[in-house]
Write a protein that binds this ligand. Structure first.
Ligand code: GDP
Length: 216
């Protein structure tokens, strides 16, 4: 639930948020919740602003804090929404100080979720608009293309660029994914809320899809 003091101030804001409540953190598939609802997962290099995006989308600062709690950063965090769908925060990739062992755990956790979760309906990939298409992102893109999986890219921190540079990056990024109907891309700013309605619409449409993959 959104705390009273942090409740959206007007109707327009209400319509663009997705309320979310922490459900569970999982270190392995055994701890995942039942696949009752479609899930939309969020991935990104650490510091791209994934937590800020989730904050902005849900209007709930607690949400990102939950995922950033020490001990939970390497876990998969599940959040319930009232829209018959779940938001899933995947651990951020790219901690400079992460050991080889930590990186291996990260990879195993993410891969087991991404490859085996039948309720996973769409993936939101958060990147910093100033450093798009770094190796991690390209790897995720290749995976989405290969497995024909719906993915939507947020070019976050767009407020950091002037309008011309922003549009230029968007144009180049679109060219990068051109012609692939499963992939979407847009400008976003977790700071200003730019692009909030567009990503919300995408998520809600994924929540409404009956099934993407058949179980098994
Ligand atoms: P995460 O590691 O991907 O979860 O990234 P965080 O959400 O913790 O954000 C990393 C840093 O980028 C923080 O200092 C945020 O305040 C900042 N940040 C995130 N999104 C935006 C944005 O849209 N605009 C600006 N200017 N800063 C942002």
């Amino acid at each position: 639930m959104i705390e009273k003091s942090k409740a959206p101030k007007n109707r327009r804001e209400i319509s663009t948020r997705i309320e979310a409540e922490f459900l569970v953190s999982a270190a392995s598939p055994k701890q995942y919740p039942q696949e009752t609802f479609n899930e939309v997962a969020f991935a990104g290099r650490s510091n791209a602003g994934k937590s800020s995006v989730l904050n902005c989308l849900t209007g709930n600062k607690q949400l990102a804090r939950t995922s950033k709690t020490p001990g939970r950063t390497q876990l998969i965090n599940f959040f319930d929404t009232p829209l018959n769908g779940r938001l899933v925060d995947l651990p951020g990739y790219g901690y400079a100080k992460a050991s080889q062992k930590q990186k291996a755990i990260w990879r195993a956790n993410n891969e087991s979720y991404l490859s085996r979760r039948n309720s996973l309906t769409g993936l939101i990939l958060v990147m910093d608009v100033r450093h798009p298409f770094q190796p991690f992102v390209v790897q995720m893109l290749d995976w989405a293309i290969e497995s024909e999986f719906p993915m939507h890219i947020l070019l976050n921190k767009s407020d950091k660029l002037k309008q011309g540079a922003r549009q230029n990056t968007l144009r180049k990024a679109r060219a990068h994914i051109s012609g692939n109907a499963m992939l979407g891309i847009q400008l976003f700013s977790a700071k200003s809320g730019l692009g909030l309605e567009q990503v919300r619409e995408r998520i809600v449409s994924w929540f409404k899809i009956r099934t993407i993959k058949s179980p098994g």
